[in-house]
Design a protein around this ligand. Structure first.
Ligand code: SF4
Length: 312
């Protein structure tokens, strides 16, 4: 039951915001995957999307601007048993946080990133975000945007993400299925979500998307899964080309899946076999009775460079 993942925190997003659909899809996906709340960590950065962990009954971390993926990386490496999901905006993840976004793809660490794409910085009154197209002028801008946009799907595929999809915030059940597939996938997964910002973006509204969106899974012959190394380049290129379709028709669905790549956890375990048996979260820090494993002398030796003695 999705209600299992609801909190009693007042949701202060603007009425009609697409973020409501994203949170509902996340809660439903977690429930249908039978994830235990204590085995789930939802991590966010800053922005309207940054509030997401407050509204989901699980471990949640509301971190710094653009740093959601960096925190999530630490959480997953410390405790690989956790399902780790990053929820961030286009400004947060593709502006200040873009280096972390690319690094996650290169590693193929088993984390799911849900990217709320509304083409503006909603929390700070609608400035152009990295996904706003050149020449676009939503009502929040005094003049048309003069920068070219980032394409999240193309960037994810070329960075090494092994599951790449796009959903729509108002198609909650379709989005839920994409999130479930992303979490079930082993490796770095991106779900870009087209999310109307009803307050600042009067270009990409529900009406705009209504007649344009179509589902890739209904496209004859569409098969995003890499089934042998020989298919990798062709399927990646096809996903990138498909992601550029933006006009009378806009695709949503799964663009690319590569189940053949090693995860970062597997690469680390090869170098350090102890990692998979006793990852950091499983390592004891005290003996029976609470006495720390490490002695005061060992602690001083280990951290001597960082100890500052303040004299009065
Ligand atoms: Fe949603 Fe936009 Fe309001 Fe933020 S400003 S809560 S993105 S409608």
């Amino acid at each position: 039951m999705a209600s299992r993942f609801r909190t009693d925190v007042w949701i202060d997003w603007c009425p009609g915001c697409g973020d409501f659909g994203i949170v509902a899809a996340m809660q439903k996906a977690f429930a249908e995957l039978n994830i235990e709340p204590e085995k789930l960590a939802v991590v966010s950065g800053i922005g309207c999307s940054g509030k997401t962990p407050h509204f989901i009954y699980a471990n949640g971390v509301h971190t710094l601007h653009g740093r959601g993926i960096a925190f999530a990386t630490g959480i997953k490496l410390a405790n690989p048993e956790l399902t780790v999901v990053v929820s961030g905006g286009d400004g947060d993840l593709l502006g200040i946080g873009v280096a972390h976004f690319v690094a996650l793809g290169r590693r193929n660490l088993d984390i799911t990133v849900i990217l709320h794409n509304n083409q503006v910085y909603g929390l700070t009154k609608g400035q152009a975000s990295p996904t706003l197209k050149k020449g676009d002028k939503p009502k929040s801008l005094p003049a048309p945007n003069i920068q070219d946009p980032v394409n999240p799907i193309a960037l994810a595929v070329s960075s090494g993400y092994t599951f790449v999809a796009r959903g729509y915030a108002m198609w909650v059940d379709h989005l839920k299925e994409l999130i479930k597939a992303a979490i079930a996938h082993r490796g770095s997964a991106l779900v870009e979500v087209l999310q109307p910002c009803v307050t600042y973006n009067d270009l990409y509204t529900g009406d705009y998307y209504k007649d344009r969106l179509y589902k890739l899974e209904e496209e004859p012959g569409w098969d995003p899964v890499v089934r042998s190394p020989a298919e990798l380049d062709e399927k990646a290129a096809r996903a990138i080309v498909k992601s550029m379709e933006w006009g009378e028709r806009i695709p949503v669905g799964v663009f690319f899946v590569n189940p053949l790549a090693e995860t970062y956890e597997e690469r680390i375990a090869k170098r350090n076999p102890g990692f998979s048996i006793t990852p950091p979260a499983r390592q004891p820090i005290s003996r029976n009775g609470g006495e720390p494993i490490i002695s005061k002398e060992e602690f001083r030796k280990l951290f001597s460079d960082y100890i500052i003695i303040v004299r009065g």
